[in-house]
Design a protein around this ligand. Structure first.
Ligand SMILES: N[C@@H](CCC(=O)N[C@@H](CS)C(=O)NCC(=O)O)C(=O)O
Length: 222
């Protein structure tokens, strides 16, 4: 059977959620770089695979799946040695799903608002979007009330999905340990995962460089 192919770019948090999951399950896969800055995701060839032109996109045995949340749960179901990262127990699975939907429909939306306000150099919108993000940090702090992971005591794909996004926005709106002690501690613990650096840290460094360039370009315009 051919290896699964992952299309993406390491700067993308959604792609890094797949890197983290793939590393955790020791998946043998091929990575194909898709540069969204140059519009590679809108090429005819890529649009045939994913008309929504988003990364990550996975090709598994000729079948296409996109959206990181669908990809990571699929990979665990198909390739992991056991179901611990995406438990089959219906209640636990529902809580993992809730966290994944939270990342998709709340956290990543608030992150987009912060980055857009920053790009537009709009101080009022920046302040408002930061406050909305602090509310989200508060929700995440509560998710950690029942154990050291996003769902109780065991690592799941919910940790990977939230980690790749949160570590990115943490570069712009740091998680204050005084206000969000459990969340700050969780971030620190996740950074110690043996595969963290390769799966998330390298891409994150590129994001940090991108943010610095953006800030310099904004400052130059003034
Ligand atoms: N909810 C999606 C988000 C995917 C997404 O928006 N990816 C961005 C990169 S981080 C992208 O592909 N942007 C290019 C585009 O939408 O054309 C997921 O988790 O996969």
């Amino acid at each position: 059977m051919a290896k699964p192919i992952l299309y993406g770019s390491e700067m993308s948090p959604a792609v890094r959620a797949v890197f983290l999951t793939a590393a955790a399950i020791d998946l043998d896969y091929e990575f194909k770089e898709i540069n969204v800055q140059t519009g590679e995701n809108k090429s005819e060839e890529f649009l045939k695979k994913n008309p929504q032109h988003t990364i990550p996109t996975l090709e598994d045995n000729g079948k296409i799946i996109w959206d990181s949340h669908a990809i990571i749960t699929f990979l665990v179901g198909k390739y992991a040695k056991d179901d611990s990262l995406y438990p089959k127990d219906l209640y636990t699975k529902a809580v993992v799903d809730q966290r994944l939907h939270f990342e998709s429909s709340v956290l990543s939306i608030k992150i987009r608002a912060v980055t857009n306000a920053l790009k537009q150099d709009n101080p009022e919108a920046t302040q408002q979007s930061k406050e909305a993000l602090y509310e989200v940090y508060g929700f995440l702090e509560k998710f950690l009330a029942n154990g050291p992971c996003m769902v109780g005591n065991s690592l799941t794909v919910a940790d990977f999905s939230i980690l790749s996004s949160l570590s990115s926005v943490n570069l712009i709106v740091p998680v204050d340990a005084a206000k969000f002690p459990k969340l700050a501690e969780w971030l620190g613990r996740m950074e110690k995962l043996p595969f963290y650096s390769k799966a998330n840290g390298i891409g994150l460094k590129k994001v940090a460089q991108f943010i610095e360039k953006l800030k310099a370009a904004i400052a130059d315009k003034k």
